[in-house]
Design a binder for this molecule. Structure first.
Ligand code: ZN
Length: 411
């Protein structure tokens, strides 16, 4: 049975029929629809599924070596999500597994994994299953207190799905023999489309610096306070928002800075703004450049505050280092993409993925991106040309073979 990439496309449509509606994909983790998607997936794989302590679903094809090549993705989606985000990786992985099963015992063990709750859509915490397997799962006390929009506690909902939060980290043993991790994903951005390329090789995931920047001025009457004596906190926020764009551009092509939220107080039309709380998100693949971007934004905010006669204060909300994928696997991925598409391109990933968690755990990792149309994702408008999807399945398949040989050569 040779590889049949058109079957992957047909199965992705089938999954969307089964678990989506007019508003898009509805495979939110820890819901009945998610369970239906997982059962559907299990029926497709010609191997028996095992579920680990974090709710991840594994299918294992034993090879001549216990060293394992992992192919991973996530079948969960955001509410009203796209038909490809996450699902492409696992459904393409199924097709590669079928081909391998048919050919008999591979040189290395090959395992397909469907990570539990990559999106974090219901409880606001993403990468649940992969961070448990990687041993990097955030504070479990904090997870215990999480509730969904209806007030259901996370541990209770997990228990309904057979997952005991206290034992989730036991999923770590799944990575014991992992020698390589491969993940195919839609790009979710506009870069490959702008270059007219179907496929790309991912260098790593951006480091992120996320801060709450608070400007403080003085509330004052909008009618009685002359312009030149105002201490307007919103002026600080507005000037900083414009300046972070220049800071990102000056840092390099890939750098991004976003002020995604500004909350003003007192927030009434008859008062000068006393406090403006800004959420600033900065990302780069280079840790040094990311640090420099942060410094530049801090310096700018202080200069702006001085000029406006207001104060500024920074508080870090979240941070993650850039995660660089494996040089050898990047090379193999380049070769695989060149073989099927004639041309390859290396690019960073702005979003985080399960691959970042696996890589952090020390497993050599690489990702393939396939072009997204209009760069849209997390919406029902998310789409990719079917011809490109088929090329992506072929590239994953070629990469799997090359990686099995690479793992064998290192044994
Ligand atoms: Zn995804």
């Amino acid at each position: 049975m040779p590889l049949d990439p058109s079957r992957t496309v047909a199965e992705l449509h089938e999954l969307q029929e089964l678990t989506g509606d007019a508003d898009g994909a509805q495979r939110v983790a820890w819901t009945d629809t998610w369970v239906r998607a997982k059962d559907w997936l299990d029926e497709k794989v010609p191997l028996e599924a095992k579920v680990d302590e974090a709710g991840n679903q594994w299918w294992t094809l034993p090879g001549r070596s216990e060293k394992a090549v992992l192919i991973g993705g996530h079948i969960d989606s955001v509410p009203n999500g796209g038909w490809l985000d996450g699902a492409l990786n696992v459904v393409a992985g199924v097709e590669v597994m079928r081909r391998l099963v048919e050919e008999g015992k591979p040189a290395a063990t090959v395992r397909l994994v469907n990570w539990a709750d990559e999106e974090g859509a219901r409880f606001g915490r993403s990468l649940f299953g992969s961070s448990a397997a990687a041993g990097s799962m955030a504070d479990q006390d904090e997870l215990r207190s999480r509730k969904d929009a209806d007030g259901n506690a996370l541990p209770d909902v997990l228990a309904e799905h057979g997952v005991d939060l206290d034992r989730a980290l036991e999923a770590r043993k799944q990575l014991e023999n992992a020698a390589a991790y491969l993940e195919l994903h839609i790009e979710q951005g506009p870069v490959l489309e702008s270059l007219n390329l179907p496929l790309g090789v991912v260098l790593g995931t951006f480091g992120v610096e996320r801060h709450l920047v608070t400007f403080r001025g003085q509330a004052a009457h909008a009618g009685s306070t002359p312009m030149d004596v105002r201490r307007d906190a919103l002026a600080g926020a507005a000037k900083l928002e414009l300046e972070i764009r220049d800071i990102a551009r000056a840092t390099g092509d890939d750098a991004v800075c976003t002020m995604g939220s500004v909350v003003t107080k007192p927030g009434i039309v008859t008062s000068v703004v006393e406090t403006a709380e800004c959420m600033l998100d900065q990302r780069n693949l280079d840790a040094f450049a990311l640090g420099a971007m942060l410094e530049a934004a801090k310096n700018a905010s202080e200069r702006i505050a001085k000029g406006e006669n207001i104060e500024v204060e920074w508080e870090r909300i979240w941070q993650i280092e850039p995660i660089l994928f494996d040089e050898n696997l990047i090379q193999l991925a380049d070769e695989a993409v060149q073989e099927v598409a004639g041309i390859s391109r290396r690019l960073p990933s702005g979003p985080l993925h399960d691959a970042a968690e696996v890589s952090r755990a020390g497993v050599p990792t690489v990702m393939l991106f396939v072009q997204s149309l209009r760069g849209l994702s997390h919406t029902k408008l998310e789409d990719t040309k079917e011809a490109d999807l088929e090329l992506a399945v072929r590239a994953l398949d070629r990469l799997a073979d090359r990686t099995i040989a690479w793992v064998e050569s290192r044994a």
